[in-house]
Design a binder for this molecule. Structure first.
Ligand SMILES: O=C(O)C(=O)C[C@]1(C(=O)O)C=C[C@@H](O)C=C1
Length: 347
């Protein structure tokens, strides 16, 4: 069976500028307008102290790091899986969930994207994080003593070449910080973990090597998800971005051309366009919650994930969405949020 075409005008991640100055995190340029909005808004918003953000993993995971970067004053809620993080928001045990959705090394993380589509949550913020992978071991252990390495499957995959060179057996665990905790609790002296320098500092492990990722430019894009829509910042406060999913009848190229034309004729810039035809790869269809009343789960064999610059309140954006709806099977807007051009780096 031919592989599904995968066109990924992958968000503008690779060209982003790293926001790093003297080891201190710099706030996004748009943050001041968001803060002003929060002060006036009635909803609990990103800047609110006490906002609870659910993430997958243990304290020190990259996702927690992203949550703290998105909402510096939040408290974080560790969860066993991304599904649990989403459930925590739905059951009001958390106000937001943070989910990694794409990376420069992996492309779109369909595992998480598809999960999110089954729920009635919306994207309220994006955050791009530079991911540094380090080799961590129990204090005093040297590289020569290591036999095995444990980490999140994505971290193991991203560090394939370095691990090949080190000749270590690999074992996947649920998250990077969870791997570190396992080293400690089981006092493993022949095993290393791949995790962040922050996890090393939190748990007091030695960093035996840094920059382990195969590509030096390794950025993960996270989305902050909420049950309630955030009030939209005024259009003067910076660029907005909108994300949507489009289900269609197949014949991707024709649909792609029509979508491109709906945007280009209105001078709207696309930042992501990803084709997903899972049934062509022998997988089950994508399941999407149709949030219109009565909300119901629907299955679609052909979908496209589209992000573009602009707010759903812009006339030309409304027109483009109407045009796309006229030739597709189903359209759902996943969120409208401030475009954050920065990549945060807390190394
Ligand atoms: O395990 C972690 O620390 C995570 O936050 C998860 C996760 C992922 O799911 O891709 C997030 C970012 C990194 O790419 C590695 C792992």
């Amino acid at each position: 069976m031919a592989a599904a075409p995968s066109l990924n005008l992958q968000s503008n991640l690779p060209s982003l500028k790293r926001t790093f100055s003297n080891g201190r995190l710099r706030k996004p340029r748009s943050s001041s307008s968001i803060v002003a909005l929060h002060q006036n808004g009635s909803l609990r918003s990103h800047g609110t102290p006490g906002l609870r953000v659910a993430f997958q993993g243990s304290t020190g995971a990259y996702s927690e790091f992203a949550a703290k970067t998105a909402c510096p004053e939040c408290s974080t809620v560790p969860c066993r899986s991304f599904a649990d993080a989403i459930a925590a928001v739905e059951r009001n045990r958390a106000d937001r969930a943070i989910v990694p959705v794409e990376s420069t090394m992996e492309g779109t993380a369909l595992r998480n994207y598809d999960l999110f589509l089954r729920h009635d949550l919306r994207i309220v913020q994006e955050i791009n994080l530079f991911v540094h992978y380090c080799l961590l071991a129990m204090p005093g252990v040297s590289t020569a003593e290591l036999r095995r390495v444990i980490s999140h499957p994505m971290a193991l995959a991203h560090c394939g070449r370095a691990l090949e060179r080190l000749g270590l057996d690999r074992e996947a665990v649920e998250d990077t910080a969870g791997a570190v905790k396992m080293l400690l609790s089981e006092q493993m002296l022949d095993t290393a973990a791949i995790a962040s320098p922050r996890a090393a500092a939190i748990y007091g492990l030695d960093v035996l090597a840094g920059g382990l990722q195969d590509e030096s430019w390794n950025v993960t894009r996270f989305l902050l998800l909420s049950k309630l829509p955030e009030p939209l910042p005024p259009s003067s406060s910076g660029k907005m971005k909108t994300s949507m999913v489009v289900a269609h009848r197949g014949g991707s190229m024709t649909v792609l051309l029509k979508i491109l034309s709906a945007f280009s004729s209105r001078d709207i810039s696309l930042t992501k366009l990803e084709v997903n035809n899972p049934t062509m790869e022998g997988k089950g269809p994508v399941i999407i919650l149709d949030v219109r009343s009565p909300a119901m789960l629907k299955t679609f064999p052909h979908v496209l994930y589209v992000d573009f610059e602009g707010s759903i309140e812009d006339e030309k954006v409304k027109e483009a969405i109407d045009e796309i709806s006229s030739f597709s099977v189903f359209v759902r807007v996943l969120g409208c949020y401030g475009a954050d051009p920065h990549v945060y780096d807390l190394y």
